[in-house]
Design a protein around this ligand. Sequence first.
Ligand code: SF4
Length: 68
Amino acid sequence: MTTDTVTKSCWTCNFHDGWGPDTFLGRCKYFATQGKAAKDIPPEIVDKGCKFWKEKAGKTGKIEGDEE
Ligand code: SF4
């Protein structure tokens, strides 16, 4: 049986848009898919994700930093 898991969070989400000089937690591109500007990700959301979470393309299996 496989132990592959992907924890749902902004860090593992396909819409996460990395970091920049003016954002610590990164931006969410989901809103860009709706024709709106990407938004800064709030601290209370970043570790648990939201209902729009989508697994990052090409990222299957265990995520570094997951608890054993
Ligand atoms: S806020 Fe939601 S859609 Fe945006 S990066 Fe986080 S989990 Fe993904």
